[in-house]
Design a protein around this ligand. Structure first.
Ligand code: PLP
Length: 311
C-alpha cells in the first residue's frame, strides 16, 4: 500500500500479559521483542497448546477487535483454557497498537496485532487440567506485509482434501475443528503443497465434497446478487472479515447466505475470494490450474471498505 516504504522501520512492539499464580489477570508490561521471552517448557512451544488471533490495523484503527476477542474466548473455551479477561487483553492490544506510528507520528497504513495465549509452563503450575495454570500471553504489533499483488492480480488456489467429513465439529468435537489453536503446522504445510502444485494458496474440501476454508482465510462466493460462504458449523473458523463483508453487502443491497457449497458451485460462481484479516479480499483467479474470472471492480470496493474500517 502507499505507506509501505516509510513504514519499514516501525515496530514490532511487544507486551507480555501478567497473571498471578491462580491465573487471574494482572495487567501487562512492555517486553523486548529481540530478547528471549518464552520458557522452553512452555506448552505453546512444545505442544502447540494454545490459541491466537490476528487483528488488522487500518490507519491506526483496530478492526473487528470485539469479534476477535469473542473468538479468542470461544477458542479458549474449546481448549479448556482459562477464560481470557477481555479488559486485560483489550488494554494490551490497544497499547501495542498505539506504538505503531511513523517518525512523524502518523499511524501506519496497514499493521496487525497478534495475540497469543498458551497453557503456560509444563511442570510448573502448568498442567493438562483446565484452569490449573497461569497461562502465558503476549500481544505483538507489527507492520503488515504488502498484499497489493494478491488483492489486485488475484491468487491461484488448489483444492486440498482435509480428510474430515463436513460434520466433524459435531461428530468429533475433541479434534477442536473451528478453534484457532497454535497447532498450525498443517495450515503452514498446505502453502508448501500449494506451491508444489504451482499455486499461491489452498482451499480445504471436506472428505464428502463440501467447500470449507483456506489455510488462514474464509471463502466467499458471488452468485448473481448474493454473497455465499460455507456454514460456520462445518468445523471451520467463523471469519471476522467474512462477517464484516456480509454486513457491508447487506447495506449495499446484496443478499448473503451461509450454505453447504460444492466444488461445482465454486467453479461456476461469478466471483470468488479468500478473505482474511491480513490480506483482506484476494480474488481467486484459478482453481486447480483452471482459470476463472475475477471481478476487479467489486474486489477493489471490498478492499476499500475493509481498509477503511474504524472498528
Ligand atoms: N480460517 C482460518 C483457519 C484462519 O486461520 C483464519 C485467519 O487467520 C480465517 C479463517 C479468517 O479469519 P479472519 O477473517 O477473522 O481473519
Amino acid at each position: 500500500m502507499s505507506g509501505a516504504l516509510n513504514q519499514a522501520n516501525v515496530g514490532p512492539y511487544l507486551v507480555k500479559l501478567a497473571f498471578s499464580d491462580d491465573g487471574s489477570p494482572a495487567g501487562h508490561y512492555p517486553a523486548d521483542v529481540a530478547a528471549p521471552q518464552l520458557s522452553v517448557l512452555d506448552l505453546g512451544a512444545t505442544r502447540g497448546d494454545g490459541i491466537f488471533e490476528t487483528i488488522s490495523l487500518g490507519n491506526g484503527h483496530l478492526q473487528a477487535l470485539e469479534p476477535h476477542l469473542a473468538r479468542f474466548a470461544h477458542s479458549a473455551a474449546m481448549l479448556d483454557l482459562p477464560t481470557p479477561d477481555a479488559a486485560q487483553w483489550r488494554a494490551a492490544i490497544v497499547e501495542v497498537a498505539s506504538h505503531l506510528v511513523s517518525a512523524s507520528g502518523d499511524p501506519v497504513d496497514e499493521g496487525f496485532v497478534k495475540i497469543v495465549m498458551t497453557r503456560g509452563v509444563e511442570g510448573g503450575s502448568g498442567s493438562l487440567l483446565p484452569g490449573a495454570a497461569p497461562p502465558t500471553g503476549w500481544a505483538l504489533a507489527a507492520v503488515a506485509p504488502d498484499h497489493t499483488p494478491a488483492r489486485r492480480d488475484g491468487i491461484r488456489i488448489v483444492l486440498l482434501d482435509r480428510g474430515y467429513r463436513h460434520d466433524i465439529a459435531q461428530t468429533a468435537p475433541w479434534l477442536l475443528a473451528g478453534a484457532k489453536t497454535l497447532s498450525y503446522a498443517v495450515n503452514r504445510g498446505v502453502f508448501r503443497e500449494a506451491a508444489r502444485r504451482g499455486a499461491d494458496d489452498a482451499l480445504f474440501v471436506s472428505s464428502d465434497g463440501y467447500l470449507l476454508e483456506g489455510a488462514v482465510s474464509n471463502l466467499v462466493l458471488k452468485r448473481g446478487q448474493t454473497l455465499l460462504t460455507p456454514r460456520t458449523d462445518l468445523g471451520i473458523l467463523a471469519g471476522t472479515t467474512q462477517a464484516d463483508l456480509f454486513t457491508w453487502a447487506t447495506g449495499r443491497g446484496l443478499a448473503t447466505e451461509y450454505a453447504l457449497l460444492t466444488v461445482d458451485e465454486l467453479r461456476t460462481a461469478d466471483a470468488a475470494w479468500l478473505v482474511s484479516s491480513g490480506r483482506h479480499a484476494a480474488p481467486i483467479r484459478a482453481v486447480d490450474g483452471v482459470e476463472r474470472p475475477i471481478d476487479a471492480a467489486l474486489t477493489a470496493e471490498l478492499n476499500a471498505y475493509l481498509h477503511a474500517r474504524t472498528e
